[in-house]
Design a protein around this ligand. Sequence first.
Ligand SMILES: [Zn+2]
Length: 150
Amino acid sequence: MTDQTSQLYKSEAFLRKPPYLFRFEDWLAAQIWIDKAVSSAFWRKHSSLRRVYLVPNKYDKKKWMTGGVPVDGRRVGVISHPRRTSLRPRLDAVQHELVHVALGHTEEITNAESHGPDFARLDLAFVRHFFGKEAEAELKARFLKWGVEF
Ligand SMILES: [Zn+2]
């Protein structure tokens, strides 16, 4: 893992602790939240994709991944979630993957390529939108402290 990627993960870690920690009831609840998020004016500013689907990861039981596949001739976003269905998905994980979807990242892109300054910049905007401006300020402070370029 590159420095930028590991420092970015480290910077985001506070979002999985109170007061920001949020777990969906189940995968369906997460999908319903995504449907609402991608129909928002905020999402339309950042992506032309109108559908983002949560699907179980075929390849890796533990990993989150992002992809785009055509359905009926139109591209849709795909977020592969870890197959451990006993895990209730966390909002911060779904939000992180939505940033990848908005940037058009697919499964082929490497971690190093996908967590560069463009990711970090959009991550700040998404965190502001979904977690609030205090969370954005905290994330920005961590980026600066740990040398995440944005
Ligand atoms: Zn990522």
